[in-house]
Design a binder for this molecule. Structure first.
Ligand code: ZN
Length: 131
């Protein structure tokens, strides 16, 4: 099954960090705030002094949905799968759209704690953080 492969150069820092087993988001060197998606200028202060900042990666479910219809036949065998919007403890302002695995839709809750898993392909998925 083909995965979505984001080749846009502005995402290179994200996938480079992921291959090293870390989450990273763009952070402005001027106002010190994070933003997502990557941009050439900070959306908060318009500075172009932006660098990738690695973060712990543990986060919280802000919102989520269960996908039950495959818009692309390649995804049909995965159904249902969960797409979630996650917030991160040490990256305030970031909300990342991502896949959550190893949780049944019936068990998903807003506020659940999640941690990342880094795959050899560079893909990142999230899983329940065990207490
Ligand atoms: Zn800024």
């Amino acid at each position: 099954m083909d995965e979505i492969d984001i080749k846009a150069p502005e995402f290179a820092g994200f996938f480079e960090a992921a291959r090293q087993g870390a989450l990273a988001f763009p952070k402005c060197g001027s106002c010190r705030r994070f933003h997502w998606y990557p941009m050439k200028a900070c959306p908060h202060c318009r500075s172009r002094d932006i660098a990738w900042q690695k973060v712990e990666g543990t986060g919280t479910v802000f919102s989520w949905t269960a996908v039950r219809h495959a818009f692309d036949p390649a995804y049909k065998e995965r159904l249902p799968y969960i797409v979630a919007l996650l917030e991160f403890d040490d990256a305030p302002g970031i909300r990342l759209v991502t896949n959550v695995e190893e949780v049944a839709p019936e068990a998903m809750r807003i506020g659940d704690r999640m941690r990342p898993r880094f795959h050899d392909s560079g893909k990142v998925t999230f899983h329940p953080a065990q207490a």
